[in-house]
Ligand binder design. Structure first.
Ligand SMILES: N[C@@H](CCC(=O)N[C@@H](CS)C(=O)NCC(=O)O)C(=O)O
Length: 232
């Protein structure tokens, strides 16, 4: 039986799992849940009440980084580097990416311009650290695509969406290697196929629903009257 990915269309953590599955060419089923009104079956099997879940036969695996470790061990080709120390460092930067993902979420909900800009600065400072440990392009470890790449790609995609309504965030002047890395990841088929076709529209709708500072850059003409704030 094909593994089943339990998903929310706009979730970057689901997407990092989808990228690993896509990159390895694994057949999988997908079931979407509405996190604003989660079904009972989902609440019953998700210990943290979060997506993603990967259901393999009847076993439920949760936490995206752990799911990707499973996928990497269960299906070839190996995406983690073989070298133990390198693998450990890769895991560290995947963990670090969780922080950055949190900043991208906060950017969507911060209410004032100052709060938004402060969060952006914190995120950019984190990206300075990533810039300093990048190998030569195309990917985080150089030539070989890895699980680190699958973790950062969804964040980069959302930053691209933000940049299109706000202004450049990851500039080549401050981030010469990282901006190339971001560009290369966006071109990858596994990344393109890891989200629904209308992910950009879904993302902007979510920004509109959240009504943070950044939603000012979306137009009422397109999205209708400003709604009462909500997370999903
Ligand atoms: N650490 C988790 C984070 C997953 C996560 O935050 N998922 C969000 C959607 S993007 C979620 O399910 N939120 C539901 C909730 O918090 O109630 C992972 O890496 O899998």
């Amino acid at each position: 039986m094909a593994p089943k990915l339990v998903s929310f269309k706009a979730c970057p953590f689901v997407q990092r799992v989808a990228i690993a599955l896509q990159y390895k060419g694994i057949d999988y089923d997908i079931e979407y849940v509405d996190l604003g009104n989660p079904p009972e079956w989902f609440l019953a099997i998700s210990p943290l009440k979060k997506v993603p879940l990967l259901i393999v036969d009847d076993t439920v695996i949760f936490e995206s980084a752990v799911i990707n470790e499973y996928i990497d061990e269960a299906y070839p080709p190996k995406l983690h580097p073989e070298d133990l120390l390198k693998k450990a460092i890769n895991r560290s930067w995947i963990e670090f990416c969780n922080n950055i993902s949190l900043y991208t979420f906060q950017l969507s909900i911060k209410e004032s311009e100052n709060e938004f800009k402060d969060t952006l600065e914190l995120m950019l400072n984190d990206f300075d650290l990533v810039e300093n440990c990048l190998e030569d392009p195309p990917f985080f470890n150089g030539k070989q695509f890895s699980l680190v790449d699958s973790s950062y790609a969804p964040v980069f995609q959302r930053l691209n969406f933000l940049e299109q309504i706000y202004k450049p965030i990851i500039t080549p002047e401050r981030y010469p290697k990282l901006s190339k890395w971001k560009h290369n990841l966006m071109l990858l088929k596994a990344v393109k196929d890891s989200a629904v076709d209308d992910i950009q529209a879904i993302y902007y709708k979510l920004l509109w629903t959240r009504q943070g500072y950044i939603s000012q850059f979306l137009s009422e003409k397109e999205y209708g009257k400003r709604p009462t704030k909500s997370t999903y």
